[in-house]
Write a protein that binds this ligand. Structure first.
Ligand SMILES: C[S@@+](CC[C@H](N)C(=O)[O-])C[C@H]1O[C@@H](n2cnc3c(N)ncnc32)[C@H](O)[C@@H]1O
Length: 285
């Protein structure tokens, strides 16, 4: 399948399904997240990690593959910026994003691998859970675009899951055992009705819904050779792990506090071995 065809398919998925709101007020895309209250504090703190590696203020923050800016924490990334430049191939994503940030946003339909902006235009760049929707050569092009678009002194934060997380592979027996004990959990809030839960397909693996191409840590290092970058932990566990292993009745919140502090203590190790790394690119002054 050509890159153009793949992008068309991804766009259609987000326009027609991903960014449609279900009756609970969540986007369909939220089925790929654990929205239970037991996990909320942990997920909230992981989202806020992005802020540590972005310049706190500036003129333009680029959000490449912005989606609808679906979580409140995402608003904090551009709080110190004059404009958040929202780029997405899905027009529905941009329409939704505009309802959240109005005049603080500039909204552009574009492909993350071919960005229509002049070089060194941005003080900061974020790209969350987006690059895995383009082919590996286009992922490289996207990183090159971020490098080109950063002002000297700027940084970019890119979050995507690894192709295979060694940590999550080791956790498979635990995940499977807990799924046998507690059943497969959709990760929706307890307010969700039974019929709605059943209409969501069981979570066998991490679901994706559309084209996804992920890298290993080694593949990423080869791709970014010559760039100034580091890999840190954004979140070390998968959604499937959270839904299966973190149970409110089994001190779930406590285990997530502990996990968070382990991630803080070993950000590089858990960035490489865990499920979701944060790739930080820098451009020197
Ligand atoms: C999983 S969503 C993530 C959205 C948002 N960053 C978040 O974390 O909630 C991926 C987004 O990337 C967009 N996207 C996919 N391929 C893209 C491309 N080639 N160029 C620009 N946006 C793209 C999709 O339309 C979708 O809105």
């Amino acid at each position: 399948m050509s890159d153009a065809h793949t992008k068309q398919e991804v766009r259609q998925f987000y326009d027609r399904i991903g960014w449609n709101e279900g009756s609970e007020g969540f986007y369909q895309n939220a089925r790929y997240e654990d929205l239970r209250s037991v996990s909320h504090g942990y997920i909230h703190r992981c989202h806020l990690r992005v802020n540590r590696y972005l310049p706190p203020k500036g003129q333009f923050l680029l959000d490449a593959g912005c989606g609808p800016i679906q979580y409140p924490e995402y608003l904090t990334y551009s709080a110190g910026y004059r404009y958040r430049v929202c780029v997405d191939i899905s027009i529905v994503a941009l329409q939704e994003a505009r309802t959240r940030i109005g005049k603080h946003g500039l909204f552009v339909v574009a492909d993350v691998a071919n960005l229509p902006f002049k070089s060194q235009a941005f003080d900061g760049i974020v790209s969350l859970h987006t690059l895995h929707h383009v082919s590996i050569p286009d992922q490289k092009k996207s990183y090159n675009e971020f490098q080109r678009l950063m002002k000297p002194g700027a940084s970019s934060v890119v979050v995507n899951g690894w192709k295979a997380s060694p940590l999550m592979r080791r956790m498979q027996p635990l995940i499977k055992g807990m799924e046998r004990l507690f059943g497969k959990n959709t990760g929706k809030s307890p307010r969700t009705s039974h019929s709605e839960v059943e209409s969501i397909s069981p979570v066998e693996k991490e679901p994706t819904g559309t084209y996804v191409q992920k890298l290993t840590a080694q593949g990423l290092r080869e791709m970014l050779k010559g760039m100034d970058f580091e890999i840190r932990c954004w979140r070390s566990v998968s959604v499937r792990f959270l839904r299966a292993v973190i149970q409110p009745a089994l001190l779930g919140s406590f285990w997530l506090w502990l996990l968070y502090y382990l991630e803080e203590a070993f950000p590089r190790l858990l960035g490489e071995k865990g499920q979701y790394p944060m790739v930080i690119l820098r451009k020197s002054e």
